[in-house]
Design a protein around this ligand. Sequence first.
Ligand code: NCD
Length: 308
Amino acid sequence: MSANVTPKLKNLLSIRDLSDSLLEMIVHRALFESPAPRAFDPKKKSVALIFLEPSTRTRISFERAAHRTGRLTTFMEAKGSSVEKGESLKDTLLNLRALGLEIFVIRSPHTGALEELRDAGPWSLVNAGDGTGEHPTQALLDLCTLAKSRGGLDKLRGLKLGIIGDLRRSRVARSWGLLAPKVGIELRFFSPEAWKPTDWSAEVNLDKSWTHSKQKSLGDLDVVMALRIQKERMNTLDPEEAEDFVHHFQVSAADLRPDQAFMHPGPVNWGVELAHDLNGDPRSLILGQVEMGLSLRSVVLEILSGEA
Ligand code: NCD
């Protein structure tokens, strides 16, 4: 697809919002045509960063991306805002819209919370993680990182990516389940039986791609992505269950071939999902993922605002 056509996108709540051509364009721009830093421009659409759950990378890279593309940002978290007084997310958005904010980057603990708001106002919404729902820009920046490391999106067809960890509660894994088939990446999922997702859409074909046996299968992969245990989404984490996870699913230096890369969306709990001996290992793509977040999110903001 030509890189000059201006694509249209109102909301990015799910990987399903992206046509194949738009996806291709986003990856191409993030890799080769990342917007150059610009001075603040009051005419550019301003961005509200509404983070109702903790975040470091996602929040700061969206903030940096907004500033890099010349936009004003306003940050809001639950603490100290009217969310604590019981205001609904819809009312918060309507009020911030009345104050002139136009693009809302939202992280919410509630799965699906943004879906009902997509056409509820004259705004653009970006899902920066909704409960166990989706985290589309994380999966996209992961994809761009892989494309960069392999010399282009077209080189990823047939690549085997293994995702290992707390799959059931991972919005990153769910977005990847939808993204991989669009670009011909073959996914393999690894988790304890109890953490196997139960509500993923049939198109991911978990029965074919999931296993609880790490040992046998990591060797077949090109890239391994580890995921954190999402303790905040569990009622309790039994210490034995945690120990068992470390024993059977932790990825260590010895698990990986010299040419096998590994990824992680962050934050990493070293000594849990990734062994301490991988900290600083040259096979890591983790900081490359973070760096790519700035470029990818700059492109997403430009496209959403119709300024691409
Ligand atoms: C992920 C998230 O919030 O879903 N992190 C991120 O955005 N970089 C994964 C996680 O929190 O484990």
